[in-house]
Design a protein around this ligand. Structure first.
Ligand SMILES: C[S@@+](CC[C@H](N)C(=O)[O-])C[C@H]1O[C@@H](n2cnc3c(N)ncnc32)[C@H](O)[C@@H]1O
Length: 301
């Protein structure tokens, strides 16, 4: 498949990061009526970041390569399977945006199993380059900031935010009124073995995701919540790579922890499925209900 193929498929959901006019795919680039034009690279991604930034803090090329190895080894496959299960129950979801997609594991997994138009972005060009290289031209990859998405308002049926920073105001703007947000956050038991090993160095020894959940429910109607957890036997080489890639240990001197003290590692995510508080009534009946309130979406990081 040629490198521009993904951008010619489905509805164009992109808008110009400069003038906000719709972008269309023509002759190997995305262009707006005002003449702003963005090349689709030969790897199959487009840079729509308002200002070109290298990488988000701590996320360099090596960290994405590590992440890629761990994800491809299957240690997060139970999370990917659950996300597929949730999306399978939502047939009216046609367009899915993976915001902060990293090296693209989840976007690829969803696109290979579901008939959906998958669009995926990350602030880091290194990650998007890697993501596009590992795809055969099915996903619309772009470099972009979740806080300022080059996406038309109300054009996305489902925003995915997997272990990545959220901007609920912006997510709400791009979501259709009957759309969904699926957010994955670390479960309280996520990497509990590493947490135990690094307990002297970590500011908080126990982790609670309650604040994140409370903040989510201020902005969205929580229709499903699922804890997905698996404890893996992990060979030493994978434990090392995992320790290098996890934000949990970004600020820890690795010489202070002895990874040989654990043979297992728990990978635990909490999946939150939300709908706009002021959106249309749900079309599926598979959800726990929550009272709808009127609200104004607030921007946050
Ligand atoms: C922990 S990684 C998660 C990546 C991927 N979702 C996964 O689970 O493998 C967080 C990602 O968020 C990205 N990120 C950070 N700030 C961002 C922003 N403002 N807009 C888009 N992506 C951002 C980082 O570059 C990084 O790839």
């Amino acid at each position: 498949m040629n490198h521009t193929a993904a951008f010619s498929q489905g509805r164009s959901v992109f808008r110009c990061p400069v003038c906000e006019k719709p972008l269309r795919c023509e002759d190997g680039h995305l262009a707006c009526a005002d003449g702003h034009s963005f090349d689709i690279s030969k790897q199959g991604y487009v840079n729509l970041a308002f200002k070109t930034k290298g990488s988000a803090d701590h996320y360099d090329k090596a960290s994405f390569q590590n992440r890629h190895q761990i994800l491809e080894a299957g240690y997060y496959s139970h999370l990917a399977e659950e996300l597929i299960r949730i999306l399978e129950k939502l047939p009216h979801v046609v367009t899915v945006l993976d915001a902060g997609c990293g090296e693209g594991y989840y976007a690829r997994a969803l696109r290979s199993r579901l008939q959906k138009q998958v669009i995926a972005c990350d602030l880091s060009r290194d990650s998007i380059q890697m993501a596009a290289k590992n795809d055969s031209g099915f996903i619309q990859w772009f470099v972009g900031d979740s806080a300022r998405l080059p996406i038309r308002s109300h054009s996305i049926n489902c925003v995915l935010d997997i272990f990545a920073p959220a901007n609920y105001g912006e997510f709400r703007r791009v979501m259709t009124r009957d759309g969904y947000i699926i957010k994955v956050i670390p479960g309280n038991g996520h990497l509990k073995e590493f947490r135990q090993l690094a307990k002297e160095q970590l500011r908080r020894q126990d982790y609670s995701n309650q604040q994140v959940i409370d903040y989510f429910t201020k902005h969205f109607d929580l229709v499903e919540r699922k804890l997905v957890s698996k404890t893996w036997e992990m060979p030493p080489v994978h434990r090392e790579i995992f320790a290098d890639m996890t934000p949990l240990l970004f600020h820890i001197d690795r010489r202070d922890i002895d990874l040989s003290q654990t043979r297992t590692l728990t990978v635990e995510g909490e999946i939150l499925v939300g709908r706009p508080l002021d959106g249309d009534a749900p079309t599926e009946k598979t959800h726990k209900s929550a009272k709808r309130k009127t609200h104004k979406p607030a921007l946050h990081k």
